[in-house]
Design a protein around this ligand. Structure first.
Ligand code: FAD
Length: 454
């Protein structure tokens, strides 16, 4: 029996495992080797480099080893308007904020591989296998994880880091989920471009019925950029009904970007993934913790999924450590993990949905002001969550107050513009196979389908 079993070995799972192993715990990571390595989560916001540096990867080293590329010249481009730069203004680095305004883009597959190597060196046991079910006792305790290769792994604690498609523990324990925004499909590719593209671009296309497609261009190194577009689900369905596939849709939007208009794209593979922002109503239980996208999916337009995963890894490891040691303050640790992995994400999602991508707000104040009004609180919330760590009671209180005020403001905007609170959905329990007191719940949501080539 291990101390901690981490289900899923992406960035959030590996970071949690590494922190726990360095605390002296026996940790097993089970990661499905049949899934291609992630290529999303490349643009970091300003609190992420500090977190990576605590795991042993400094910003300068990331750039030197070719794992990262400095994020500079960040522009927002609104179709039909002039581009504007959205770099953190000078006040961001001064009192009372004192926040770093250095960030970068990373090669996600390479950074995950680096973390895997670090975790292995710290004594984490890495298993290439797929979790196919969980053995549960009562309503909230996990007894064992069952795998494709016939393993039955018992552990004192379980960390669900299986990402947004699998959400293994959340599903198995029927944890309620709040959905935000709308369903979208992301189409993305890596393109080789002339070295003159050294800017990060966020582009917004207004559409009929106020649905907004947005996209990104992120330089990954001197010759390659990551390009993606996020299209509302109903537009994708309508185009499909007209016989327009994902690949054509992707190129239709990308060719509209002047810098990329004349690329020869016949050989370039385009991948897609469907998503909708959400957060679980509970981030931990008797002997389980949710981290990364398995806890909550932050809207990708905020570029903060990686930071959220690393922040949650830190609070999850503290929660588990305190509980195994039987230290006082269990409720506080649970609250700080909940706030860090779920609450902040939920606030950011509501800012995105009710302000940044809200067509009525755009109509009244214009896209530029809507984006600025949404980006400012998001920057501050993230930067302060890194600077003032949430395990400190006073920092948690200040952070809760900040989040609450932002939520009140966005709710007011939501009510005025007809975008009420996000949908909350409690899931039906999975069909369980009974075996005495314990029951076995099969894992759903194959991660193999999480992104596909179109
Ligand atoms: C369109 C889009 C764009 C994005 N852009 C950005 C961005 O610019 N910046 C940013 O910071 N974030 C971004 N994100 C978010 C970011 O990609 C995620 O937050 C981050 O990758 C989450 O990491 P994770 O470790 O939680 O999950 P993942 O990286 O998805 O890892 C999950 C792991 O679990 C494994 N797994 C799943 N099921 C099982 C199972 N049954 N058994 C064993 N293993 C299993 C998988 O193999 C995988 O390795 C974006 C997301 C989307 C959808």
């Amino acid at each position: 029996m291990s101390d901690v079993a981490v289900l899923g070995g992406g960035l959030a799972g590996l970071a949690t495992a590494l922190i726990l192993a360095e605390m002296g715990y026996e940790v097993v990571v089970i990661d499905d080797d049949s899934v291609p390595p992630p290529t999303l989560g490349e643009s970091l916001e300003f609190s992420a480099p500090g977190r990576l540096s605590e795991l042993g990867l400094d910003l300068e080293e990331l750039v030197e080893y070719g794992l990262g590329y400095p994020k500079s010249n960040v522009f927002v481009s609104l179709v039909g308007h002039s581009d504007f730069e959205i770099w953190p203004p000078g006040w961001f680095g001064r009192a009372p904020f004192f926040c770093s305004n250095k960030a970068l883009h990373i090669d996600r597959a390479a950074v995950d591989q680096w973390l895997r190597t670090r975790a292995g060196a710290a004594g984490v046991l890495l298993l290439a296998d797929r979790v196919t079910g969980l053995e549960l006792a009562g309503r909230d305790r996990i007894v064992a994880a069952l795998t494709r290769d016939g393993r039955r792994l018992e552990s004192r604690w379980y960390v669900d880091a299986t990402g947004h498609r699998a959400r293994l523990v959340g599903r198995a324990l029927s944890v309620g989920r709040r959905l935000e925004g709308e369903q979208r499909v992301a189409y993305f590719a890596r393109l080789s471009v002339p070295p003159w593209i050294d800017a990060t671009l966020l582009r917004f296309w207004p559409r009929a019925r106020g649905r907004r497609t947005w996209g990104w261009i992120i330089p990954l190194n001197r010759d390659e950029v990551s390009v993606g577009i996020c299209v509302p689900g109903d537009e994708v369905r309508a185009e499909r009904a007209r016989g327009v596939g994902g690949r054509s849709l992707f190129w239709r939007y990308v060719e509209d970007i002047p810098e990329l208009a004349r690329l020869d794209h016949r050989e370039i593979p385009v991948r897609s993934t469907a998503y909708q922002a959400y957060s679980h109503e509970q981030a931990s239980g008797t002997n389980w913790v949710l981290v990364g996208d398995a806890a909550s999916l932050v809207d990708p337009v905020a570029s903060s999924g990686v930071a959220a995963g690393l922040r949650g890894a830190d609070t999850a490891a503290r929660l588990i450590d305190g509980n195994i040691r039987g230290a006082a303050g269990g409720r506080r640790r649970q609250a700080s993990h909940h706030h860090s992995a779920v609450r902040i994400v939920s606030t950011v999602n509501s800012v995105v949905d009710r302000v940044m991508l809200n067509p009525r707000v755009w109509r009244v104040v214009g896209g530029r002001l809507a984006i600025f009004a949404a980006a400012t609180p998001m920057l501050i919330i993230h930067a302060w969550s890194n600077r003032f760590r949430l395990h400190r009671p006073w920092a948690l209180r200040v952070h809760r107050a900040l989040n609450a005020s932002v939520r009140v403001l966005t709710s007011m905007v939501g009510w005025v513009t007809g975008r009420g609170p996000g949908r909350s959905r409690s899931q039906k329990p999975n069909r369980a196979r009974s075996s005495g007191d314990a029951r076995v719940v099969a894992a759903k949501g194959s991660p193999v389908q999480s992104s596909q080539t179109c």
